[in-house]
Design a protein around this ligand. Sequence first.
Ligand SMILES: [Zn+2]
Length: 350
Amino acid sequence: MKIPSIALLLLCCCYHGKAHVYRPVKPKNIILMVGDGTGLVHLYAGYTAKGGQLNIYEYAKTIGLSITASFDDFITDSAAGATAFSTGKKTRNGMIGMGPDSTSLKTIAESAFDKGLSTGAVVTCELPHATPASFYAHRPSRKMYPEIAKDITNNPAATILVGGGLPYFDTSFLKKAGYSISIGIEAMLKNTGERQICFTDTFKEPPPAPKRGPSLSLGSMHAISRLSKNKKGFFLMIEGSQIDWGAHNNDSAHTIAEAIDFDMAAGEVLQWAKKDKRTLVIITADHECGGLTLHGYDRVNKRPVMHFSSTHHTAEPVPVYAYGPGADMFSGVYQNTEIYNKMMQLLGLR
Ligand SMILES: [Zn+2]
């Protein structure tokens, strides 16, 4: 006998005679991609400049909004913004991995590492910069680069690192801490160390896109190829750091180049996650930067006409795009700290 589908649905729902409790499908791995300063419009500018295509838009069917205010300010900086993702606590602007009372808080990377997961970070800024630092260091000020570099060096959870900032690190300390050090993209691809730090260049700050090459895409896939060997799973933070810098400078070409570079890395990551099937990819921002609006289309330069209303961050909520198991938990409007809570729940870390 053929059971009508509505009857079958009722049968399933009522089978145990209990109210249905929603339990999200849990991922094995989480990749958190942060576009620093990347509001809704920065990515749409990249989409427009690419002729109407963006990998993030194609993959991420679940979208939410994150409210980014910090503990002490309506407008967050990157330190408090990343600390909200890494620890689940709103803190004062400028603080790294610490609560507003200067108490060190355990980060999601440290919790994941303690549970046997592999952990890392891939960025296009210097590694002691606010966003990567907030996952692997604990300091009252983001400006404490020497101390932050020491924290990162001594943090066992900082297993695979890709980014700039070589002059801020003491390579003899890095070697003592067990790091295999490489410099340049080619050398990174050959770095097979269990614990490794891959400097993408020798500068204090990596150059802008596209000059620096595909360090974010290649670095992300290099880190994933190492981290995914762990049967227990991994947590990786990837940051397109310089979208924010382009917006601070009200530099349309740089902002677009960085948004496209970030989307290229996201495309590689999402394609890998699609095959893997057990990885949740979350793509969001710590805050908007530049108060960016698009006022038309520039046919000569084949890009939108961009108007920045500020050289600083703004309070605009930022989009959260999610793909993979557990993605549906990221729809809705919530505080940035909820991103930490959802990730911790999904990885079974609390
Ligand atoms: Zn900024």
